[in-house]
Design a protein around this ligand. Structure first.
Ligand code: IPE
Ligand code: IPE
Ligand code: MG
Length: 241
């Protein structure tokens, strides 16, 4: 069966961003520990990355850990980082086969050495691929991203690399993690919540939003196709008529 049947191949969103929510509830519903949900969520990540490559999405930005997620019990946080290292070690060759490039957005400077090592290794290994670009948002916060951009711009002004008159939206966009990339066309949130949770605040100004109650481990290629089909029905006006 051609799974892409119902969508217009010439109008695939260039950039899809996903708030992958609902792992914990998925596990709890099954009487399992929350970390089992995160493990199941990784399988969805694999499937969705592969599918996005196949259908010709150019950028996929996945929210994996927010600057607020440090509030969770230490046990869960360390389990999440262990899973991340495991995923990067195990999957990098598969990502390579799919011609995927990995990019990390968020403040990874405070991560433990082994985590930073795997991140660097994966990035290096995949850096020459020219297929789907996956942005993995780790210790990512939209507000922090904006504050950091402001600080960098101020530094530039102080050292006369930037003149105040040149500061506009375009210049600002060059100081955030997604510099050089188009803004997300479509923002998906799984897990039934209707909020943005500090994700890509600058970049989603004109993104189309799509929510589903489906918990992330259950999110399927078919669900993604429905999101894309809905997206293709919408008229994007960007403030015009
Ligand atoms: C999303 O699932 C994954 C992360 C935030 C790391 P949750 O862990 O938030 O799952 P729920 O929302 O508690 O079900
Ligand atoms: C958003 O999910 C962050 C990630 C998916 C990484 P959360 O579960 O942390 O968001 P809230 O707490 O429901 O807003
Ligand atoms: Mg959640």
């Amino acid at each position: 069966m051609d799974e892409t049947m119902d969508i217009d191949g010439s109008k695939i969103p260039q950039h899809i961003a996903i708030i992958m929510d609902g792992n914990g509830r998925w596990a709890q519903k099954r009487g399992m520990p929350r970390t089992a949900g995160h493990r199941a969520g990784i399988k969805t990540v694999k499937r969705i990355i592969e599918f996005c490559s196949q259908i010709g999405v150019k950028y996929l930005t996945l929210y994996a850990f927010s600057t607020e997620n440090w509030k969770r019990p230490e046990r869960e946080v360390s389990a999440l980082f262990k899973l991340l290292v495991y995923y990067l070690r195990r999957e990098v060759m598969e990502l390579n086969k799919n011609n995927v490039r990995l990019n990390f957005i968020g403040d990874i400077s405070s991560f433990k050495d082994d985590v930073r090592f795997e991140i660097e290794r994966a990035k290096q290994l995949l850096k020459d691929n020219d297929g789907l670009i996956v942005n993995l948002a780790l210790n990512y916060g939209g507000r922090l991203e904006i504050v950091n951009a402001v600080k960098e711009i101020i530094k530039g002004v102080k050292s006369s690399k930037i003149s105040e008159e040149d500061i506009d939206e375009k210049l600002f966009s060059n100081y955030i993690y997604t510099a050089g990339m188009p803004d997300p066309d479509l923002l998906i949130r799984t897990g039934g919540e209707y909020r943005v949770s500090n994700f890509l605040l600058w970049q989603i100004a004109y993104s189309e939003l799509w929510y589903t109650d489906t918990l992330w481990p259950d999110f399927s290629e078919k669900d993604l196709l429905s999101a894309i089909a809905d997206y293709q029905e919408r008229e994007r006006r960007f403030g015009g008529l």
